[in-house]
Design a protein around this ligand. Structure first.
Ligand SMILES: [Zn+2]
Length: 189
């Protein structure tokens, strides 16, 4: 998983104006956040990214930089996309097994939570016989085509679809939860 490990240490430091009052964000501090744990030949490796936090100049509201995470999720968005994408065709436990075989630490319960959430079905392509999300594929190919550390935070956000700004549709359409409900219904027929 070379592509994912190139995220290590990337700083995300771009914030939008304050969502409460439209005020200007001023840098406040930087938090480390776990993107994923990889299993490598030399052991477990935590991939950490740095997220800058800002305070609104006008109202003091705490604002996070745009980050490669969906709201209220623990793992990086390309990893979540992968779980959701693989769970379209495979069971939750098989999805976890496939991801583990690729060196990504994840359990069945997490796969299930993501698959049954109101997160979107990510656009995907078949690669190595697996339905992989484009977000993940583009992280992989960026690393292969460039030198180490060449992936910028802007590129990561763009190829991830700016996940921290995601708002679930009110009607639940095109979410993973809706897809899984239909899959269950079809399997019963
Ligand atoms: Zn404000």
């Amino acid at each position: 998983m070379v592509g994912i490990s190139s995220l290590e240490g990337t700083l995300f430091a771009t914030a939008k104006p304050c969502p409460l009052c439209g005020g200007k964000p001023q840098p406040y501090d930087t938090k480390k956040k776990l993107y994923v744990i990889l299993k490598t030949p030399t052991g477990r490796k935590k991939i950490m990214v740095n997220i800058r936090r800002f305070k609104c100049k006008k109202c003091g509201n705490l604002i996070y930089a745009e980050e490669p995470f969906y709201p209220d999720t623990r793992l990086g968005s390309a990893i979540v996309d992968m779980a959701i994408s693989l769970a379209r065709l495979h069971s939750y436990s098989h999805t976890a097994e496939i991801m583990k075989a690729l060196g990504i630490e994840i359990d069945r319960g997490s796969v299930r939570n993501y698959a049954l959430s109101n997160l979107p079905i990510p656009p995907a392509n078949f690669l190595y016989g697996m339905q992989l999300p484009n977000s993940f594929i583009s992280l992989m190919t960026k690393e292969i085509s460039g030198s180490k550390g060449s992936v910028s935070s802007g590129e990561i956000l763009a190829s991830s679809g700016y996940p921290s700004g995601y708002k679930p549709p009110l009607d639940g359409k095109n979410t993973s939860a809706e897809f899984q409900k239909q899959k269950k219904r079809k399997n019963k027929q």
